[in-house]
Design a protein around this ligand. Structure first.
Ligand SMILES: [Fe+2]
Length: 340
């Protein structure tokens, strides 16, 4: 595995002449060059770059952080407990082992919404990460700034009973149950910080959508091979029961080995089950394929917008399971199709 990966790294730099060769050597011996941007400041948003026009609640600074975690009512703590109880049952046989270790380590089922200070203290000692409260979805460039500095912005609110089964905006259950356990894994924790740093480059090349697709198909909806069995590491899957089963057992979706260039060209579904899941062999592979390869050559070769439909299966894909796409073709959630 190591040989194939380092081979890819050299190939990616071929044709760049001496400078490319030197950059490769630098990366091999000292890690990626990261002096180009100042990651301690919120990146500037170039005038050419479009981001969703989110309205910042009054009283928050440019970092969008709330001064403290909310105090939840007894009813809200019970919503956490009920969500946790439903989801934890499904984890064995579905979630990857690093996620299971993280869940145990952080003891997220001790009762009620976990305290951000307590889990941050534990995380800091393991991988240098912390969890910070935000009121809602935050702009991409601010999100990158926090990730690059090993802070995970987590929604401060929890869904209501009416939204128990489905919520579009990430709440504290999605963010803490879904995302935080993997931040205890050193390799995944490094990938997340590298992803944040990659945001600066995406802004520079105006390729935010491409980087978002990579985030979507890894951090939110990624699958991993574990002893030849598929397991889940994506938080968007792990925080809900339907997709936990559908992503692993459903006959509809494709399951395809992750190739970064391909994924960054692929459209995705925002408010329904995915038509395709991308599979990695290990977090180390994911880290090598992204951070150590560098994103510039990819951004330079990408056209704006997406090239592949979310249902596409290409001749060049390494396909583990070619899905029937019947859930998608019947119209998905809006049509009442069964997620099979
Ligand atoms: Fe998420």
């Amino acid at each position: 595995m190591a040989t194939r990966l380092s081979g890819q790294r050299w190939n990616a730099d071929e044709g760049e002449g001496k400078g490319g060769r030197w950059r490769s050597l630098w990366r091999v011996y000292f890690g990626p060059m990261t002096t180009e941007f100042d990651y301690t400041r919120i990146p500037e948003l170039p005038a050419s770059v479009y981001v969703a026009p989110l309205r910042k609640p009054a009283g928050l600074g440019d970092d969008w952080l709330e001064p403290a975690q909310r105090r939840y009512s007894a009813g809200e703590h019970r919503i956490w407990d009920d969500l946790y109880a439903r989801q934890i049952e499904l984890m064995p046989g579905h979630a990857c082992r690093e996620f299971m270790h993280g869940l145990e380590r952080l003891d997220l089922g001790r009762g009620g919404v976990p305290d951000f200070h307590e889990i941050s203290e534990e995380l800091r000692s393991l991988t240098g990460w912390s969890v910070v409260p935000v009121p809602m979805l935050i702009p991409d460039h601010v999100f990158y700034y926090h990730l690059a500095n090993r802070r995970f912005p987590a929604g401060n609110f929890i869904r209501s009973r009416e939204q128990f089964d489905y919520i579009q905006e990430p709440d504290v259950f999605h963010d803490v149950f879904g995302h935080v356990p993997l931040l205890t894994d050193p390799v995944f924790a490094d990938y997340m910080a590298a992803y944040g740093r990659a945001g600066w480059k995406a802004l520079k090349y105006n390729r935010l959508k491409a980087l978002s697709a990579l985030y979507w198909y890894t951090v939110e909806f990624g699958l991993i091979l574990e002893d030849d069995a598929l397991r889940i590491y994506g938080a968007g899957i792990l925080s809900g029961p339907t997709e936990t089963v559908f992503s692993i057992e459903g006959r509809s979706p494709h399951r395809i080995h992750l190739a970064v260039d391909r994924v960054m060209r692929t459209d995705y579904t925002i408010s329904d089950l995915q038509a395709t899941y991308f599979v990695i062999e290990s977090f180390r592979e994911l880290f090598h394929l992204t951070e150590q390869r560098g994103f510039e050559p990819i951004y330079e070769s990408l056209a704006p917008g997406f090239q592949y439909a979310k249902t596409a299966a290409l001749d060049t894909d390494h396909i583990y399971h070619r899905g029937t796409q019947e859930y998608e073709l019947r119209g998905g959630r809006g049509s009442g199709a069964r997620p099979v």
